[in-house]
Design a protein around this ligand. Structure first.
Ligand SMILES: [Zn+2]
Length: 159
């Protein structure tokens, strides 16, 4: 690891595939998935691949995994952390897929996986109930948020 890596970059790298992600020739999870898709299409010309999401597991998580993630999220919330999530288990972790206002606990975004079912952040990026500023990049026009769609994250670019 280079010493000038930021803390967040390090955390992100750990999540994606390790501290050397993108810095060496080893291939990681997403590249392996891409290669497996290419190989499957080459072996089965004309077949339609159903993409269940990049890197999402095809099988349901074991109940113990779900319980452990929920408990970890509860511990974080009880400790006073804001924006606590238990992810990659769409529909299995209750409110821990949703975004809540840290001030008044209003449910700002209701999700299942990447699919948004309800969106209530204002065009100014605030809670509609108490006007608390919600950190993040939010659409200026909340009506443009696609509800109940396929749900894929938008690419984020830094200026
Ligand atoms: Zn609020």
């Amino acid at each position: 690891m280079k010493t000038n890596d930021t803390y967040i970059q390090s955390l992100f790298a750990e999540r994606l595939g390790g501290r050397m992600f993108g810095k060496d020739t080893k291939i990681y999870k997403f590249e392996k998935i891409k290669r497996a898709k290419r190989a499957a299409l080459a072996a089965n010309p004309g077949a339609e691949l159903i993409d269940l999401g990049v890197g999402e597991p095809d099988e349901m998580a074991f109940p113990g995994v779900v319980q452990a993630l929920q408990r970890a999220a509860e511990i974080g919330k009880e400790a006073g952390l804001h924006y606590v999530y238990a992810g990659n288990l769409p529909g299995m972790v209750g409110e821990y897929e949703d975004t809540f206002c840290p001030q008044c606990n209003y449910r700002l975004i209701e999700r299942s996986g990447y699919t948004i079912h309800a969106y209530h952040i204002t065009g100014e990026g605030t809670c509609p109930k108490c006007s608390t500023k919600i950190p993040g990049l939010w659409p200026k026009d909340p009506s443009t948020v696609e509800l109940n769609g396929r749900g894929m994250p938008l690419p984020v670019r830094f200026r």
